[in-house]
Design a protein around this ligand. Structure first.
Ligand code: NA7
Length: 451
């Protein structure tokens, strides 16, 4: 990845415009000069006519407060703050807290060499087989030929991928056809059994349950011990299938068929504290050399609200959004003039292939800035009715789905005290881009420009 980033940088000459290792701590708008003043921790003050916040959806790690963490004798790290030189698991006793994408990657890798891996699971994740393949040179050439078409298709699909949800309802096909479809999607691997499934998998309980039962059948076939099977893949789902992000696994279920891996369900025993030797639960002490906190992020809004951004009415973004997110198209928010957001809340973001979401929304940002330049505007703000309307629209779309039935980061529900609300735009990338196009053709409806 790093050599690819270097290549892109050289090709496009980006780094001359980038100040690395610079944390923006504060931002406030100077109304007299119509410009933002940014304070950084390391490199002093910057002034800018516009700010575009591209802080990503997972840049603020969340680590639960557990008593005694500082007393631990071994290595303890959040996965997002992992030591750059790596951590050697060889012959070590490894504890992993969390079973999302990060947790299972740590568990899978550690299980190859660790003396023991113990995974602490709060909610079973509905993992899908990643389906890694090794491509030959000829495969690569063939794929490169397909790239222009595949890239183009991204804007036409719900999740910004080159596959899409099936337009037919999962109820309008025979049981046999549904099963065949599920088999085909399963064999395709990756997210196919999620974002390539029947479109009403996210809104119809019956279709959703059929998908869960199929997942259960495939998954349970890989787990030998029936007690373990019930923990990893319970007969009754903890929440509807796919409304929490399914992680992609390679050999995760198989590690528990080895002697050196244990799954601790936090439904059976909960964590009391950390001591120098390891983790104390309600059932005893688990001794560790390494503890990985794979406990996720204050997702989507956390990267934005951790900067002290002060709006024109003196309210910070954090204060404003403590009552729930309000934005116009996920791009801008009232009283924060000349500030645009990409890949943040109330946009396709977490329901979308990341690069597609960032690139297409990036184009919306550029179009807005060009509109200002072409009309010689020096300031924009957002009408409060526009952000209230967009919020209601997002909430209405969400209410018609099964997403609110899970305590996921999509819903802000993984962080204690954060309002539980849909943080994504649940209408899919094409509908989102249509909404933006409608805004533009109606004179950038909702934006208020001034010279
Ligand atoms: P995720 O997917 O948010 O996973 C975090 C995991 O940590 C999840 O299994 C949580 O359980 C668990 N968690 C969080 N707090 C606790 C506490 N207090 N005790 C035990 N377990 C806890 O983060 P990842 O880093 O794996 O992946 C982030 C995204 O990156 C991913 O979705 C992809 O888009 C890429 P829960 O399920 O909430 O019960």
């Amino acid at each position: 990845m790093r050599s690819y980033f270097d290549y892109v940088d050289k090709k496009l000459g980006l780094s001359k415009d980038v100040s690395l290792n610079t944390r923006v701590s504060e931002a406030s708008f100077n109304e007299g000069a119509n410009e933002w003043v940014l304070n950084t921790d390391e490199k002093g003050q910057y002034r800018a006519k516009f700010i575009v916040l591209c802080t990503g959806f997972a840049s603020k790690p969340y680590q639960p407060e557990i008593k005694g963490l500082e007393t631990f004798n071994g290595v303890a790290s959040h996965t997002a703050l992992w030591p750059q030189e790596g951590v050697d698991f060889t012959n070590k006793r490894v504890g992993v807290i969390g079973t999302g994408a990060s947790g299972i990657q740590v568990a899978q890798e550690a299980s190859k060499v660790a003396s023991h891996v113990t995974v602490f699971q709060r909610t079973p994740n509905m993992y899908l087989p990643m389906g890694q393949e090794t491509y030959s040179k000829a495969d690569n050439v063939a794929m490169k030929n397909e790239l222009p078409d595949r890239f183009k298709r991204r804007a036409e699909t719900f999740g910004g991928f080159d596959m899409d949800l099936i337009p037919t309802s999962g109820l309008d096909v025979s049981d046999e056809e549904r099963e065949q479809t599920f088999e085909r999607l399963w064999a395709a691997g990756g997210f196919s059994f999620w974002l390539g499934n029947f479109h009403d998998i996210f809104s119809n309980e019956t279709v959703n349950r059929a998908a869960y039962d199929f997942w259960l059948k495939k998954t349970r076939a890989r787990i030998k011990d029936p007690i373990l099977a019930e923990k990893l893949a319970p007969l009754e789902p903890p929440h509807p299938y796919g409304v929490k992000r399914p992680s992609l696994e390679q050999w995760y279920f198989d590690i528990f068929n080895q002697d050196n891996a244990t799954l601790v369900s936090l439904l059976d025993e909960s964590i009391n504290e950390i001591v120098p030797e390891g983790i104390v639960t309600t059932k005893g002490t688990h001794n560790f050399d390494i503890i990985a906190f794979a406990t996720g992020f204050d997702a989507v809004t956390g990267g934005l609200t951790s900067i002290n951004i002060v709006g024109t009415d003196g309210t910070t973004l954090k204060e404003k959004w403590a009552q729930g997110v309000r934005s116009h198209l996920g791009l801008a928010t009232t009283s924060f003039p000349n500030m645009l957001v990409s890949y943040g809340p109330q946009a396709p973001t977490g329901f979308c292939n990341g690069p597609s979401s960032a690139e297409y929304q990036g184009e919306c940002v550029i179009e807005t800035l060009l509109h200002m330049r072409d009309n010689m505007y020096s300031k924009f703000d957002v009408a409060s009715e526009a952000e209230n309307h967009w919020r209601s629209h997002v909430m209405e779309l969400a209410a018609a789905t099964l997403f609110p039935k899970a305590d996921s980061w999509y819903m802000g529900a993984n962080i204690p005290g954060k309002p539980k609300e849909m943080l994504m735009y649940p209408g899919g990338l094409p509908a989102y881009l249509n909404e933006f196009r409608e805004c533009v053709t109606n004179g950038f409806r909702g934006f208020e420009f001034s010279k």
